[in-house]
Design a protein around this ligand. Structure first.
Ligand code: AOS
Ligand code: ZN
Ligand code: ZN
Ligand code: ZN
Length: 424
């Protein structure tokens, strides 16, 4: 299924007058809107291949129909999203859930949909068929050298697949940890993990990055071997320049100041990228910005400030990925909402009056500093995000067009009602 560009054009025509009115008003409220719109056009957020099907919990799963049955169909789904918003021009693959059978065909399909391959993800948190050893007691940390080797070899295999596709980074998320006190010798678990990561790091091509994700708990509920940013930092610091920390917003203990973590990692040149999502209780993997849009804005505020201070390219120098799971929504609609929320937070951060904020900070004018941030957050920037889409041939209102075109119905007709996408 493809989206006809005429359909996008006529959708935009219908909304144009109202959009232009909003844009004129926004431009009267915010300085340098042209500059913001250009940056928004360049900004792309990778879609996780595992989030295109309905997720589930251990209590059940309720498939929504028309889920992608193969890597090709997952890419087609991301292609649909990208056609609608022109901001989802990349896919992040998960091996072995996505094994390309024919690299050239997959690359041609990516080119057809204008998609890049973002970070490839390894999986040592599940046992796979034909695998000799079990990860029940961890992978890179395992007390058994043969199990560690199997996990290292898997990661090296994932790098090889990524090279074939033109990906330039590997994301490692470890379920390693322990469920009960005494189960693990923390020091040995750390050392084993470090040694395993060193072997994986040694297999990275020169232009590649290794992202090490951290997570405070789950599936292990007493200790996690890469539990927080400090632990991830301690590993990536030892590994070398190509190793960086990945921040998944849902992986923190309650009330963590994520924006401060982001600022510090950036300053230390150890921030690699993000898994965007939102959460209330834990790794809820809900739609980005659904619960804490102000926090998302504050994170982007630190990103824009820190990246500009170091002369970094917003669009290219970090990995921008979503990590989400959908139990009750159509995954495609959810992903469109997540991308929109991220773009809004980014636009708001770009609109912050940085000079005025700096002066307020230097003068310890706390009230003024808060006013500046909240003014940026409370000013409606949605017309700027929509304008970026309009200028790049995408839809003014992607979710509305997705619904009007009955995309899900079309996918169900093509693929059937009972398809199940690989993923969590
Ligand atoms: C798991 O909690 C992490 O967020 C990882 O990023 C994981 O690999 C991803 O959710 C796919 O399972
Ligand atoms: Zn994640
Ligand atoms: Zn997670
Ligand atoms: Zn997550």
């Amino acid at each position: 299924m493809l989206i006809d560009s005429n359909k996008i054009a006529s959708h935009n025509d219908d909304l144009l007058q109202s959009h232009q009115n909003k844009l004129i008003f926004t431009a009267s409220e915010i300085a340098e809107t042209e500059n913001i719109i250009k940056k928004l056009i360049d900004f792309q957020i990778a879609i996780p291949s595992w989030a295109l099907g309905t997720g589930g919990t251990r209590f059940g799963r309720f498939p929504g129909g028309g889920e992608p049955r193969s890597l090709e169909e997952k890419m087609e789904d991301v292609g649909l999203l990208h056609a609608l918003n022109n901001s989802s021009g990349a896919i992040s693959l998960h091996i072995p859930w996505d094994i390309p059978s024919d690299y050239n065909a997959i690359k041609a399909l990516a080119a057809q949909h204008n998609l890049k391959f973002d970070a490839v993800n390894s999986n040592t948190f599940q046992n796979q068929a034909n695998q000799e050893h079990s990860y029940k007691f961890g992978s890179l940390q395992n007390v058994n050298k043969a199990i560690r080797k199997q996990a290292v070899d898997h990661n090296i295999e994932v790098i090889k697949q990524g090279i074939e596709l033109g990906s330039e980074s590997l994301t490692v998320w470890l379920a390693d940890g322990s469920c009960f006190p005494g189960q693990l010798n923390f020091r040995k678990a750390y050392q084993n993990t470090l040694e395993s990561l060193e072997e994986i790091y040694a297999a990275l091509p020169a232009n590649w990055k290794l992202f090490l994700e951290y997570k405070c708990a789950e599936p292990n509920f007493y200790s996690t071997t890469v539990a927080d940013w400090g632990q991830s930092y301690s590993y990536v610091k030892k590994l070398g320049d190509k190793a960086l920390t990945l921040v998944d917003l849902g992986h923190h203990l309650p009330n963590a100041n994520i924006e401060q973590i982001v600022s510090l990692l950036l300053m230390e040149e150890k921030l690699g990228g993000f898994h965007f999502n939102d959460s209330k209780y834990g790794d809820d993997d809900l739609t980005a910005g659904a619960l804490k849009p102000y926090q998302l804005f504050l994170i982007f505020n630190e990103l824009v400030e820190g990246m500009d201070a170091r002369g970094m390219n917003h669009a290219k120098d970090l990995g921008w990925m979503i990590d989400a799971s959908h139990n009750v929504k159509d995954p495609m609609e959810d992903l469109l909402q997540s991308v929109e929320a991220i773009m809004i937070a980014y636009a708001q951060a770009l609109s912050v009056d940085r000079k005025a904020l700096e002066i307020a900070q230097e003068e310890n004018d706390v009230v003024r500093a808060q006013e500046i941030l909240q003014n940026a957050y409370r000013t409606d920037v949605r017309a700027l995000v929509a304008e970026a889409r309009l200028r790049s041939g995408a839809a003014l209102n992607p979710v509305a067009l997705y619904r009007n075109l009955n995309v899900r119905k079309g996918l169900i007709t093509e693929r059937g009602l009972n398809t199940i996408a690989t993923g969590l």
